[in-house]
Write a protein that binds this ligand. Structure first.
Ligand SMILES: Nc1nc2c(ncn2[C@@H]2O[C@H](COP(=O)(O)OP(=O)(O)OP(=O)(O)O)[C@@H](O)[C@H]2O)c(=O)[nH]1
Length: 414
């Protein structure tokens, strides 16, 4: 049964991981300017913003999710985030928190790499000026690769002997080695497909192993860059450098601290703010509202935030970075309903109560089993009550609203 997706937040100390996590979760992960304030991996629930199915059918007023919430057709779906504790150069050799970091990472499906683009912290997270954050993009990837490679190389002799003796396929041999990273055969095959020439495993040299590990990493740890601290004046030039050097890598500009601050102002009832947008309303904008009066200092701060972040970049970016991290995994929100005409679940009038994130290409029967375990499916219906076959696959806007009819007490057939 597939498990729930997990997004890992990685980055050097003081890059803004905890702040990013807080901005996405409202949890209170400890925030501090010193390296290693985050000692233990910190799992928290974030909320992914998507256009809800209710908006397709004009049923926004009736939408009441069982988990998360939906406002005017914008649904917030819970998703598990993992704050991975302080990684420093040399971690694969045990420096910093060393392999602990890397072991935590195994569970993640995709990564948000928080990069401090202000250049005010060095590779170890210590305060400085003019540091080049391009280095961080490189060494972090290298650390993960060297760790995976090290684990392979330690046993390479016996891996090759076993591979030859058992006449295994390369996928099977690598599967045994990479099972600890929650890898599966499909993932390994996709990694091998990235290579021009796979050759024979028993003839792989060090360079070839590096190539294979890099391909595996691209599949196992698809990464989005959160170019954080864009509110800082030195950030612009660093952002351009990174984007130029890594045009293929998805990068989102973020100011996590701004998002945390804005959410605080919302809680204190000073502003109305739509997360993920550039729109803020104050009492001045909404004189008839119950918003609180802000003093001069606060007004100036909010104006600064608008000028430096929101109007320049369109948002604080944190909502978008989480969307990007689920996009690279190909996750689609799938809504399961009891009644395919009314979209309700049971007798109530509320619609689209259940929703989960499923990988594109998953057969709908697997979605049913993900929710209900090993059941016998009598029939599956999609929009308009149209029958959907068990093997039909989930895609964006396709087979993403489903109703399962189960044989009562039935045993699984296959
Ligand atoms: N200017 C600016 N500062 C930020 C931003 N995000 C985080 N910071 C600051 O950067 C410092 C480090 O932030 P943390 O979130 O604790 O960093 P971390 O990566 O979790 O650090 P460790 O726990 O040491 O691994 C804090 O002083 C934050 O206030 C941002 O968007 N802009």
């Amino acid at each position: 049964m597939p498990r729930d997706p997990l997004i890992g937040i990685v980055g050097k100390p003081s890059s803004g991981k905890s702040t990013t996590l807080n901005s996405l979760t409202d949890a209170s992960a400890k925030v501090g300017a010193f390296p290693f304030t985050t000692i233990d991996p910190n799992k928290a629930t974030g909320y992914l913003q998507v256009e809800c199915a209710c908006a397709r059918f004009g049923k926004q007023d009736l939408c009441k999710p069982n988990y998360g919430w939906c406002t005017n057709g914008k649904r917030h779906i819970p998703i598990l985030l993992l704050d991975v504790a302080g990684l420093v150069p040399g971690a694969h050799k045990g420096l910093g928190l060393g392999n602990k970091f890397l072991d935590d990472l195994r569970q993640a499906d995709s990564l948000i790499h928080v990069v401090d683009v202000s250049g005010t912290t060095d590779a170890n997270g210590k305060a400085t000026r003019g540091y080049d954050p391009l280095n961080d993009v490189e060494w972090l990837q290298d650390e993960i690769r060297l760790w995976v490679e090290g684990n392979l190389e330690k046993r390479w002799g016996s891996i090759v002997r076993r591979h030859t003796a058992t006449k295994s396929s390369i996928v099977d041999t690598l599967l045994t080695q990479f099972a600890g990273y929650s890898a599966n055969g499909v993932m390994i095959q996709r990694a091998l497909d990235r290579l021009d020439n796979v050759g024979k495993l028993e003839e792989w040299d060090k360079d070839k192993i590096t190539e294979v590990v890099k391909a595996f990493m691209a599949e196992k740890f698809p990464t989005v860059l959160a170019l954080n601290k864009i509110d800082h004046p030195d950030s612009d030039k660093n952002v351009s450098k990174i984007i130029l050097k890594y045009p293929e890598t998805k990068a989102v500009l973020t100011s996590a601290i701004t998002e945390v601050f804005l959410r605080k102002l919302v809680k204190q009832n000073y502003i109305k703010y739509e997360e993920g947008t550039e729109f803020i309303d104050t009492l001045e904008d909404l004189p008839d509202s119950n918003l609180k009066v802000m003093d001069e200092k606060l007004i100036n701060r909010v104006e600064n935030i608008k000028d430096l972040v929101l109007y320049r970049f369109g948002s604080t970016g944190v909502v978008q970075v989480l969307q990007a991290a689920t996009d690279i995994l190909g996750l689609v929100p799938v809504y399961t309903v009891r009644n395919i005409s009314s979209f309700t679940s049971g007798n109530g009038t509320n619609v689209f109560r259940d929703c989960m994130l499923i990988r594109k290409g998953t057969p709908v029967a697997r979605v049913a089993r993900h929710i209900m375990g090993d059941v016998t499916i009598a029939s599956i219906e999609g929009i308009g009550g149209i029958r959907v076959s068990e093997d039909d696959i989930v895609d964006v806007g396709k087979n993403d609203i489903l109703s399962f009819k189960i044989v009562p007490g039935g045993k699984k057939l296959d």
